[in-house]
Design a protein around this ligand. Structure first.
Ligand code: ASP
Length: 311
């Protein structure tokens, strides 16, 4: 029997049950469910994994709870610079954008780079100009502004630190990047990731999210992966492709490969965060080395799962 599967994340980090009230918890759970449902409906009606991850991530970008699109964190000079990427596993086509300031849904711009240009990666003014040519919806600066993120910037500045999203205190590290991976009924895989990056990041800094192989990867021969965490470490460890390589060349299962990278290799260079993955058999991995990760999944055989904390 053919199956489909989807997994999503809204970032990993110091997400403690003790620091969360019931109302906030419900807000996150329902935001995750809403996004998951969008992807699930597309897959159930025989839509492509690519459409499912794009539309799911778009929904998460529109939700200000997460650090992507609306609700993105601030750079050190009070700007928003968003990164996103998307990849499909059948033809290994990919698109990525970086340093986006005005586009409402960077993940859709990444898909247009993939489909309408000969390139994989557009950054900065060139990407913005391409978005205008494509008549993509753009937003004024205040659309991306949220008070909570601004307070995070002030906090980060006061201690001269670069911090990760959702951090209520500096000792907390939370990464609010969003992502989705999916297997469709045709057996194809896709992955997409979108982020505002890190609070107080230097102007022009690019993280792992738009880097194919670091924050995002999909290949029908193995798996689709979307990451969240301290981007610099994910880049250096080539995390998304690393999981794929351990599966395909190292003959590990998706779960074994994910655990090897997230629980062993990343901590060896002090990298923290997590990833979501799905393989071509529909196995799902939701793996993180932090206290929690906003995450959800749906499998056509096993149904829905929503989680926040380490179980
Ligand atoms: N990986 C993202 C970055 O470094 C941050 C995150 O996951 O929230 O830009």
């Amino acid at each position: 029997m053919k199956k489909f599967a989807i997994a999503i994340h809204g970032g990993a980090g110091t997400i403690l049950r003790s620091a969360m009230d019931a109302q906030k918890e419900k807000l996150y759970q329902s935001a995750l469910r809403e996004a998951l449902l969008i992807g699930t409906d597309i897959l159930r009606s025989n839509g492509s994994a690519l459409d499912a991850v794009e539309q799911t991530v778009k929904n998460l970008e529109d939700c200000e709870l997460f650090n992507a699109g609306r609700g993105s964190v601030f750079t050190s000079d009070e700007q928003h610079e968003m990164d996103a990427s998307i990849m499909e596993g059948q033809g290994l086509k990919a698109g990525a954008v970086s340093l986006i300031k005005t586009v409402k849904n960077p993940v859709q711009l990444a898909r247009l780079v993939m489909e309408k240009t000969d390139h994989v990666f557009l950054a900065g003014e060139g990407a913005e100009r391409f978005a205008r040519e494509m008549q993509m919806e753009s937003m004024p600066k205040d659309y991306f502004y949220t008070e909570q993120r601004y307070q995070q910037l002030l906090l980060a500045r006061s201690s001269d630190r670069v911090i990760l999203d959702h951090a209520d205190e500096l000792k907390d590290k939370k990464y609010g990047t969003v992502g989705a991976v999916a297997l469709d009924l045709q057996g194809h895989l896709a992955a997409a990731t979108s982020t505002g990056g890190m609070t107080n990041k230097r102007y022009g800094r690019v993280g792992d999210t738009p880097m194919i192989g670091a924050g995002t990867y999909a290949n029908d021969a193995g798996c689709a992966i979307s990451c969240t965490g301290s981007g610099e470490y994910f880049i250096r460890m080539n995390v998304a492709f690393h999981v794929y390589a351990l599966m395909v060349y190292g003959r590990l299962s998706l779960e074994e490969a994910s655990r090897k990278v997230v629980m062993d290799l990343l901590p060896s260079i002090e990298g923290d965060g997590g990833l979501i993955g799905v393989d071509r058999s529909g196995n799902i991995s939701l793996c993180f080395n932090t206290e929690g990760m906003y995450r959800a999944s749906y499998h056509s055989d096993y149904g829905e799962f929503v989680g926040i904390y380490r179980e």
